[in-house]
Design a protein around this ligand. Structure first.
Ligand code: FCB
Length: 415
């Protein structure tokens, strides 16, 4: 019987997580940044219960798993390496490989060792050497990984850590943000080279947060101007930098700033994190005259975090990424809700959108649902429930939601 779907047998069906959000770390900058963590510093205690959680991957039937290494556990102090932490992550990889689950490893997912962010923050050029030493260590020790993400959402890190100041290092300074961005991208480039020297077949990318962006009021020319600028910055400027080695930062009604970044062509696939659409409005009283908000335009509702559910935007942002001419992988997509039916609908609509993309010739190679189990959601703490499995944060019991069974069914019916 002819198959009725268009997904190939080697499509990566995965789930995505990050170390700190599952396991915390006493040595990480976020541990002392957010006082909510003082009650649940180990979050889901995944560092201890990892085998139980990895078994859930088998139960789901995924063939890929994206997770991150917690740098602060590996290098708790500047000159101290914890080999047991490296072995721990190696064991996770070995378990995955022995179960035919493709590991995708993120080197940096928002958190840093506290000593690093205090003494060598990203806007200091010394950060490049320090991060590169960490990558060198990982590349020399870790075996069996083909897919790597160097940085998760470098722009979110910058907006949070250097413009809004709501994430460590808690700075609000655009010129330091530009320096930090240049250093982070230089680190991407060095990591790309190191990984390829060891394994020429490696597939290396960043995970770029992309959003559908629209003017708040379409008829308002000022809203259209700022929305266009925001769209260029947020979605396109990094892509163009991978194509040209130059990063252009445009500001409303100001001169464009252009910086050289050594990342031209340093990409084997492109990781897209897609969640929502954002409406943009001109407001002279806001920073850079830009105000953002979510609105339920499609009628699919907002998530528990107030984000608009907008599956159509996924095709849009994937189309932007086509110019990179590399395979595309959705490295994150998910919804914060306690309502399993809403989670199922969200997932179905986004996977249908991917199916449509494949039919239209867009080379999507994988989809990673965020997330496996409920976890620590940065600014929202433990309230945002993204998990296919829910976690009772008192007993730390994991229990499947109906969305877990639904994801298994989707994978089976499309593999
Ligand atoms: C993404 C982050 C991830 C998680 C989801 C909900 O932006 O990469 O860590 O917080 O949002």
């Amino acid at each position: 019987m002819a198959k009725e779907h268009i997904f190939t047998g080697n499509f990566l069906w995965g789930v995505a997580t990050s170390a700190f959000q599952l396991e915390g770390s006493p040595y990480a900058d976020w541990a002392s940044w957010d006082f909510h963590l003082s009650e649940n510093p180990d979050v889901t205690n995944h560092y201890i219960r990892y085998k139980e959680d990895l078994a859930l991957l088998k139960e789901l039937g995924v063939n890929a798993y994206r997770f991150s290494l917690e740098w602060s556990r590996i290098q708790p102090r500047e000159n101290v390496w914890d080999d047991r932490a490296i072995s721990h992550y190696q064991e996770i990889i070995d378990i995955l490989v022995s179960n035919n689950i493709e590991p995708m490893v993120t080197l940096h997912h928002f958190t840093h060792p506290l000593w690093f962010i205090k003494n060598f923050p990203w806007h200091e050029d010394s950060s490049i050497d320090i991060f590169s030493r960490y990558v060198e260590k990982i590349v020399s020790k870790i075996q069996g990984v083909r897919y790597w993400i160097t940085f998760n959402e470098p722009y979110v890190l910058l907006l949070g850590g250097y413009l809004e100041g709501c994430m460590p290092p808690g700075i609000r300074d655009a010129s330091l943000a530009v320096k930090a961005l240049r250093n982070i991208l230089t680190c991407h480039s060095k990591a790309y080279e190191m990984i390829h020297t060891k394994n020429p077949q490696a597939m290396v990318s960043v995970a770029h947060n992309m959003a559908a962006l629209a003017p708040w009021k379409r008829w308002n020319p000022l809203d259209r101007v700022v929305s266009k600028i925001a769209k260029y910055f947020y979605n396109h400027s990094l892509l163009d930098a991978f194509l040209t080695g130059r990063l252009a930062i445009k500001f409303p009604f100001k001169k464009t700033l252009e910086i050289a970044v050594p990342i031209k062509g340093k990409l084997d696939f492109f990781g897209v994190n897609y969640y929502t659409r954002i409406h943009v409005r001109f407001n002279p009283f806001k920073k850079m005259s830009v105000e953002l908000r979510h609105r339920d335009i499609d009628g699919y509702g907002l998530t528990d975090m107030g984000w608009e559910i907008h599956p159509y935007g996924l095709e849009k942002v994937l189309r932007y990424a086509l110019k990179l001419n590399v395979p595309l992988i959705i490295t994150e997509n998910g919804i914060a809700t306690r309502d399993a039916q809403k989670k199922i609908k969200f997932m179905k609509r986004h996977i249908d959108a991917i199916e449509k993309c494949l039919k239209n010739g867009i080379d999507v190679k994988g989809y990673f649902y965020w997330s496996l189990i409920d976890n620590y959601e940065w600014l929202q703490g433990l309230d945002a429930r993204f998990g296919l499995y829910k976690v009772d944060f008192t007993t730390l019991q994991r229990n499947p939601t109906n969305a877990a069974a639904y994801y298994s069914y989707l994978i089976r019916s499309r593999s």
